[in-house]
Each structure stands twice: as structure tokens, then as C-alpha cells.
Design a protein around this ligand. Structure first.
Ligand code: ZN
Length: 437
């Protein structure tokens, strides 16, 4: 099955007209995206922007072979006066005839209102109509002549309805899933949980808009979710381009100062993964209401499906992990380890506590290296500030620097978050993502 991306943005495009936000002003040249519109095997169009014919011509895929048009919702129905009177056999939409479409009696194409549950064959393609995840919208599952399977999920500003992911899945993985992963990475987590998305599924971001960061930051964020975006005009052939899959970072260390946004960045990285284990290493601080408030704020931000573990035996937890782990944070873990080893006392430090602390750090680094599930750890970057006044303060600062360096050495990706902006200190080599033929 060949997919030509004639548009990959939300209904208003990216940049949005006359918008002065940083994302829109930074979206220029080849980064400009038309409203989402996908041409399947040259004959079937899913959604359409205002000028799909010109976009198709730029991609060297003329629309002259199109026989069928599937629309996912009313907002996606751009004025369709451009549709040819002859040649089109069906326009399908979930809510009546699209605006601007000439009636069949006036020479327009036949149209049909579709509802979730409907199935039909269009030329060489089999189409199932699925719930769209929000009112008035539908998703489409398309099976090609060679058996390739595509799931196209409509854009939505609304939170996903419960159980939609189960409706999208029929127990078999899709070859490609097209969705607004930036707005709702949780949908991707639910599709993974339902078996509709596996490591072999090409997850392609569509309906992109100015909520997303422009440029390289978008590609980096998508790669963490196991997704990618192709430029407008890009062509993807299902089943023949396994090398186009994004390389998903396996072990990530997120560093940053206090309130830098490092925890938000760490949580976002695992937002498209189901069954995440959140590892709290800070323990409880009895009688400290401010601490309790901070812990509650972190917990409220996390998806309800995540589980929590509280431990200071981090090396064992990492070694035995079978689900993705989010460790927040290593600096609190080090505090607990130094407590356990009696490392704050100068004499004890010299007489064995130092070796005990470093042994725990070595154990953790070894477990980090051997781990086969996705891992994200948060840690404080403290070494650049004022030199602590006490010997124990300086000791903690030095040991945290060693710990951060040891874990960074065993990580595929290391990020430094400053003022909410993630800087890549170490990253995976990028493979070409733009499958343009
Ligand atoms: Zn904007």
C-alpha cells in the first residue's frame, strides 16, 4: 500500500494563518503543512485540504485516478467545489453531504453518510468505519490489496473517549497508524495496550499544529514515542520500508535544576507507553505539608494507568523490570543511599561509607546497562552552583556528579532541561525519516 501525504496538519494548517506564536513563525519553507490529506494507492483519498490537487501535483501523484473520498468529520470537509464531476464513485462522510459538494442531480458524485460499524469495499480496498474518539467523527481502517492494514484516526481537540482504542483494534497489529500523537500520546499508549500497535507498526503523526514545537524538537519528541512525521508530499510504502522506522531511545537521563521542567519532560517521554511504573525514590517526609503537596501534584499529572513503586533498592528494581520505568529522581535516591550508608559523618565516610555508596552507584549503572525495557531517570544538575558551605554538602554534590556521569554513560540519550527547553547532550544517530520518492 502506498501512502502519499498531501497534508499532515490540523484543519487550519501549520502555520495557522496570521498566527504570531513562536511555533507558527518558526514554521517556514519545507516545514509548512497543509490540512491532513492522504492519498492511498492513487485511488482513495482520506480527508482533504483546500488544494489537494496542487499538493498532489507537487508530489508527482496526480489525483486523476481518485475514485473514492473518505472524510472523518465535518471540520475536515474543505469546500469540495474542485471535485471532478466525473470519475468519483463515492464520497463518504459521518455527517451528511460535505459543504460545497454538488448534489448528484447537479452532476456531483454520489455521497453516503457512514457510521461506526459499517464495512464496504472500494475498488481494491476494504474499509471498516470505526468510532472517531469524539462525537461526529469516524476513524477508518483500510486493508489494501496486498493485505497491508492502515488505521487513520481523525483530529480531535477533545480528550479521547474511554474504550475507543479497543474499538480501533481487532486483535491484530496495523502496518501503519496515522493520528494526532502530539495532542494525545495516551491514545498511542492505549493502542499499544490493545495490540493494535507493535514495534513493527509505522506510527505517523498527522493533524500537526502549533501546539507542537517546530523543527528538530518535534522529531525528537516523536521518536521518544516511537512515532515520526513525514513532510507534506512524502510517500510511505507499507511493508517495504522497515529502515524508515524511528530509533526509539531505550535509556534516557533527564537532567535539570529545580523547577526546570525536567519531570514534565521525563513523563512526556513515556506518555505513549502503556503500563509505566513510576518509581518514587524520595520516600515520605512525615509532617512536611509542602512536600506532600509536591508529591500530590506530580501524581495528578501522571496517567491513571501508571503504577507507583517506592524503593531505594533501585538496582534490583531496574534489573527485574518488565515494564517501562520512570525514576524520579536519582538525587533523592542518592540522599537515601547516603543515609543508609551513614555517609554524612566524616569519620564514617573515610572508614567504608564512601566505598559502600560508590558500590551502590556501580550496581545501579550495571543494572541500567543490562536493562531491556525503556527507562527514563530524572536527576538534579547541581554542580554549577555555589560551592556548599559544609563538608557533607560538598560530598553530596560530588557524589551526585559521579552518579549522573555513571548513569549518563549507560544511557542512549541524555537531556539537559533549562527553563522547560530540552537540550540534547547525547542522542541517537538519526536515520533519514523523509521517505520521499
Ligand atoms: Zn501559531
Amino acid at each position: 500500500m502506498e501512502l502519499t501525504f498531501l497534508g499532515t496538519a490540523g484543519p487550519r494548517g501549520w502555520p495557522q494563518p496570521f498566527c504570531t506564536c513562536a511555533s507558527c513563525l518558526g514554521c517556514t519553507g519545507s516545514a509548512v503543512r497543509e490540512p491532513s490529506c492522504v492519498l492511498v494507492d492513487g485511488t482513495l483519498l482520506i480527508d482533504c485540504g483546500p488544494e489537494p490537487a496542487h499538493a498532489a501535483a507537487r508530489a508527482s501523484r496526480p489525483l486523476t485516478g481518485v475514485r473514492h473520498l473518505l472524510l472523518t468529520g465535518p471540520a475536515e470537509a474543505a469546500p469540495l467545489a474542485w471535485l471532478p464531476a466525473a470519475g468519483l464513485e463515492l464520497v463518504a462522510a459521518p455527517s451528511g453531504p460535505p459543504p460545497g459538494l454538488p448534489a448528484p442531480t447537479a452532476g456531483g458524485p454520489p455521497w453516503e453518510t457512514v457510521e461506526p460499524g459499517a464495512e464496504f469495499t472500494l475498488g481494491a480496498h476494504h474499509v471498516r468505519v470505526l468510532p472517531g474518539g469524539s462525537p461526529g467523527r469516524v476513524a477508518y481502517a483500510v486493508t489494501g490489496p496486498g493485505g497491508s492494514r492502515l488505521l487513520y484516526i481523525p483530529s480531535s481537540r477533545l480528550a479521547p473517549e474511554a474504550d475507543t482504542a479497543r474499538a480501533w483494534s481487532d486483535g491484530r497489529p496495523y502496518d501503519a497508524v496515522l493520528l494526532d500523537v502530539v495532542a494525545w500520546p495516551e491514545r498511542l499508549a492505549a493502542l499499544r495496550s490493545a495490540g493494535a500497535v507493535t514495534e513493527d507498526t509505522d506510527v505517523l503523526a498527522v493533524h500537526l499544529s502549533h501546539e507542537a514545537p517546530p523543527g528538530e524538537e518535534l522529531a525528537r519528541r516523536l521518536a521518544a514515542w516511537g512515532a515520526r512525521a513525514v513532510a507534506d508530499g512524502g510517500v510511505v510504502r507499507l511493508g517495504t520500508e522497515p529502515e524508515a522506522q524511528p530509533v526509539r531511545p531505550h535509556r534516557t537521563l533527564v537532567l535539570g535544576g529545580a523547577r526546570s521542567g525536567k519531570s514534565v519532560e521525563a513523563e512526556r517521554r513515556l506518555a505513549a507507553s502503556p503500563d509505566v511504573m513510576y518509581v518514587a525514590t524520595g520516600g515520605t517526609r512525615d509532617g512536611d505539608p509542602e512536600w506532600a503537596e509536591r508529591v500530590a501534584a506530580h501524581r495528578d499529572r501522571r496517567p491513571a494507568t501508571w503504577r507507583t513503586a517506592e524503593t531505594t533498592d533501585l538496582a534490583s528494581l531496574v534489573a527485574d523490570a518488565t515494564v517501562p520505568l520512570l525514576v524520579d529522581c536519582l538525587s533523592l535516591w542518592l540522599t537515601a543511599v547516603m543515609d543508609e550508608c551513614g555517609a554524612w559523618d566524616d569519620a564514617a565516610w573515610r572508614e567504608g561509607a564512601r566505598d559502600a555508596v560508590r558500590e551502590r552507584v556501580d550496581e545501579l549503572a550495571a543494572a541500567w546497562r543490562a536493562c531491556r525495557v525503556p527507562l527514563v531517570a530524572v536527576s538534579n544538575e547541581v554542580g554549577s552552583g555555589v560551592v556548599p558551605a559544609t563538608a557533607s554538602g560538598r560530598r553530596y554534590r560530588d557524589e551526585l556528579g559521579r552518579l549522573n556521569a555513571a548513569v549518563a554513560e549507560e544511557s542512549d540519550e541524555v537531556l539537559l532541561v533549562v527553563a522547560g527547553q530540552a537540550l540534547t547532550l547525547r542522542g541517537l544517530p538519526r536515520k533519514p525519516r523523509h521517505a520521499r520518492s
